[in-house]
Design a protein around this ligand. Sequence first.
Ligand SMILES: NC(=O)c1ccc[n+]([C@@H]2O[C@H](COP(=O)([O-])OP(=O)(O)OC[C@H]3O[C@@H](n4cnc5c(N)ncnc54)[C@H](O)[C@@H]3O)[C@@H](O)[C@H]2O)c1
Length: 449
Amino acid sequence: MSTPKPRITVIGTGYLGATHAAAMAELGFEVLGLDIDPAKIAMLERGELPMYEPGLGELLRRHVAGHEGASGRLRFTTSYAEAGEFGDIHFLCVNTPQKHGEYACDMSYVDRALDSLAPHLTRSALVVGKSTVPVGSADRLAARLAELAPAGDDAELAWNPEFLREGFAVEDTLHPDRIVVGVRSERAETLLRAVYATPVAEGTPFIVTDFPTAELVKTSANSFLATKISFINAMAEVCEAADGDVVKLAEAIGHDDRIGKKFLRAGIGFGGGCLPKDIRAFMARAGELGASEALTFLREVDSINMRRRAQMVELTREAVGGALLGKRVAVLGATFKPDSDDVRDSPALNVAGQLHLQGAQVTVYDPKGMENARALFPTLGYAASAAEAVRGTDVVLHLTEWAEFRELDPAALGETVAQRHILDGRNTLDPQLWRKSGWTFRALGRPTA
Ligand SMILES: NC(=O)c1ccc[n+]([C@@H]2O[C@H](COP(=O)([O-])OP(=O)(O)OC[C@H]3O[C@@H](n4cnc5c(N)ncnc54)[C@H](O)[C@@H]3O)[C@@H](O)[C@H]2O)c1
């Protein structure tokens, strides 16, 4: 007789949790998603996504109970009692933002989630952290769980960091490039092997570690990626000083397979709900551990990244003749990357906001991020399309590399602007194409003509 599949809860149904919940249902598990935001839960129950993520809406509707043709394996709740009663495995997917006014991670959401769940664990259960947390958190939370769970030692903790990329979240969750689990018992490892049996059978490496290593894998991976982006952006600064071309430079060094082409596109840098806060939290935690010297380079990585935003503002000022006051600026892109509606710490919106504060009249257009952008920066102007955003403007800024912006027709747009100036903050537009239609084209780290 085969053992029944473990039942899964997913605590926190944001970008990570909603994807994880739907993916677990797709893998054949009974899943209960929980969030403290009743509006989010109501939407998910209706089969609607509270965010934009390609393919996730379809996946959700394939499984949400009560929908025609759905497997019915996915349900949602706001009740911790129900989650405790239902689940054998509980994935913690709540947010871990930067603390106000300091670099450290705000663990209050994770702490609250664990404190709410633990008293309802009256039988054998595995609580699996997926949020990105400072090293040492799992150890602390395991002690807290032991203290609060009526099941005692039968309620156990594991850490299973998440590596999904927004824009590819469904693919990354169903077919991850690696699975890392920090465990303290064979039972925990066996349960997690059962959860991930399908991707492991497809060849995904399954790496078993202790708690601190599992936590560190995530923060070190993000630090490496941030460093690679800031490296090429530092080269862009040097190219600007020496009249070199960072795009050619990146192409040339990328052919060396020890370096590789990925994450070598110079531009206005990284943002989003992960990289910036994760490298800062990592520095703060290293300081607490007496290892701050090991990570001082991340301060430079962060500074290079933030300088690119400032440089974009300077290029804009130059393009409009030296003073931003009253100048009309179109900003194409608001999200921190394409194929997402996420505007958390978005370089594009940050640049738009700086220009606005310096007196420019800024009009923003983004294919999916308008609602979130408006909520964060209600004082910026917003347009319903790229064509509308650029009409009558003195300069156009390309700040998020959505595919639709590469399809824009420079000749047609040129008829509607006041001045044909375009600044490419992502190095994905074709300079020849724009220059042919009479535009002055400038980009970060590239020669002016
Ligand atoms: N977004 C990504 O691409 C990504 C990738 C890898 C890892 N992560 C990590 O995953 C975690 C979640 O990130 P996210 O982007 O999904 O955040 P998010 O803000 O989109 O989602 C977090 C959700 O948790 C809910 N929540 C907060 N407190 C709760 C509580 N006590 N009980 C139940 N629900 C609660 C919130 O209402 C929200 O819906 C973070 O640690 C992040 O660093 C995110």
